[in-house]
Design a protein around this ligand. Structure first.
Ligand SMILES: [Fe+2]
Length: 203
């Protein structure tokens, strides 16, 4: 049985017991078709932002799961109602929760930590804050601001810390207006290779 996503944004939640891989991939494409044109305070759409982040990850030879994380890192904005013009402030958690049953933790955990990684980089890298987009500066305030020293140490102990920082840098750089990128369809074979793979669920 298909569940409705509890937020009411109109997207069905993943129901891995009732869906085959193709249906789950169709749903992801439908999410981007329906909501990918949203802007969330940046100069490019959600879809193009994800495509740019994925292209940057691929250009640096990232793993396939990290390319997928880059592509899908902001899907939490698209499956939840926006808090304001800058999107859903807890999109890191909603996105990771959406992705984990589909692609496993190698995709979901960098996504879960990509906002935390911004808070970390603001604390440890002197010039990082100055390079953030205005939208990222605004949302930083909503997300708790720069980490404390104690929070930094805890983040550094997280096994997904390095992947989250990589994803964060592609996130920050993938906001170039007018850049030509490969379409979402280019990534369908990659998504198909990894969907349900980590937990063995195939239907
Ligand atoms: Fe992003």
């Amino acid at each position: 049985m298909t569940q409705q996503h509890p937020t009411g944004k109109g997207v069905a939640a993943p129901d891995i017991s009732a869906r085959d891989d193709a249906a789950a991939l169709d749903e992801i494409e439908a999410i981007f078709t329906r909501f990918g044109a949203e802007l969330y305070g940046e100069g490019i759409t959600q879809l193009h932002h994800g495509l740019q982040a994925a292209a940057l990850a691929a250009s640096e030879g990232a793993s396939e799961t990290l390319i997928l994380a880059a592509l899908l890192h902001d899907i939490g904005h698209l499956v939840e109602q926006a808090d304001d013009a800058f999107g859903y402030h807890k999109h890191d958690q909603s996105g990771a929760d959406y992705l984990e049953p589909l692609f496993g933790r190698a995709v979901s955990e960098p996504v879960r930590l990509h906002v935390v990684a911004k808070r970390y980089l603001c604390a440890v890298q002197a010039d990082y804050f100055a390079k953030l987009s205005p939208a990222s500066v605004y949302t930083l305030g909503k997300q708790g601001g720069p980490m404390t020293a104690e929070e930094c140490r805890a983040f550094e102990d997280n096994p997904w810390c390095a992947e989250a920082i990589k994803l964060r840098r592609w996130d920050d750089s993938g906001k170039i207006e007018g850049l030509t990128v490969l379409p979402l369809a280019h990534y369908r074979p990659l998504m198909a290779r990894w969907i349900h793979a980590s937990n063995g669920i195939t239907a």
